[in-house]
Design a protein around this ligand. Structure first.
Ligand code: FPP
Length: 242
């Protein structure tokens, strides 16, 4: 790709359409999730090579626990297996993994695999991969509010300490705002994904299901991003994309 491209600093990806991808091929839904792991690996390597600094991936929402128990179990095992065996590219590409979401009620084995991958990659910083697992924006705001109230109650902070920077620092992860949110499968929703962080993000909704979201499809998304005129509430053409 052209070297003068503006690469979004922080990209959010809502990996949607795995179930439909499988069903349209006469397979069970879980095959879509399994195929998605391969897609995700290629995408992460591609983002690292391209110079993306932060990528947030919506892997499992707080609401996804309402799904059929067999699909939830399959996904939990897939996370364990992926973090233990599939994410070997992290070391080579110097990718650091962090997680956003509630630990409760994730199974102990999933938590162990998460903790292990965080520990193993904590020294890296070329690309930060924020995996949103048992994540919900509403839950994040509730949890952040409780944390801040406790600090206030314990006398650690005063009301004047609470500003936008402070709120960002006390979210699940202290990450820069999202520049670009991509949701595959053609659905036009945010579905409780990083609402606070996405306040000035650009959005892109390709028609492909996530398992088909190849590096080539990602490049198309980046091309579209070049044409966006980000104003952040200012005057047209005054503020350039970061
Ligand atoms: C949404 O598609 C996808 C999910 C709920 C699971 C996402 C999981 C992966 C991409 C697996 C790999 C992830 C990691 C971090 C190892 P859907 O099932 O809602 O699809 P549908 O809308 O077609 O039903």
């Amino acid at each position: 790709m052209n070297e003068e491209l503006v690469i979004p600093n922080h990209i959010g990806i809502i990996m949607d359409g795995n179930g439909r991808w499988a069903q349209e091929r006469g397979m069970i839904r879980t095959m879509g999730h399994k195929t998605a792991v391969g897609t995700l690996k290629k995408l992460c390597v591609h983002m690292a090579d391209m110079g993306v600094k932060y990528a947030s991936l919506y892997a499992f929402s707080t609401e996804n626990f309402k799904r059929d128990i067999k699909e939830v179990d399959f996904l939990m095992n897939l996370f364990i297996e992926s973090f233990k065996k599939e994410f070997t590219f992290l070391k080579e590409k110097k990718v650091r993994v962090v997680f956003s979401g509630r630990r409760e009620p994730l199974p102990e084995k999933v938590l162990e695999a998460m903790d292990q991958i965080v520990e193993e990659t904590k020294e890296y910083s070329d690309l930060v991969l924020n995996i949103c697992l048992n994540y919900g924006s509403h839950a994040e705001i509730v949890d952040m509010t409780k944390k801040v109230c406790e600090m206030y109650q314990d006398g650690e902070i005063s009301l004047d300490d609470i500003n936008e920077e402070f709120i960002q620092k006390n979210m699940y992860q202290d990450l820069p705002p999202l520049d670009y949110v991509i949701r595959t499968s053609g659905e036009l929703r945010l579905s409780n994904f990083m609402m606070y962080q996405a306040s000035y993000a650009e959005f892109y909704f390709p028609d492909v299901y996530f398992p088909d979201f190849t590096p080539e499809e990602f490049d198309k998304a980046i091309e579209v991003f070049q044409k966006r005129n980000r104003r952040f509430g200012g005057i047209k053409n005054e503020v350039k994309s970061s």
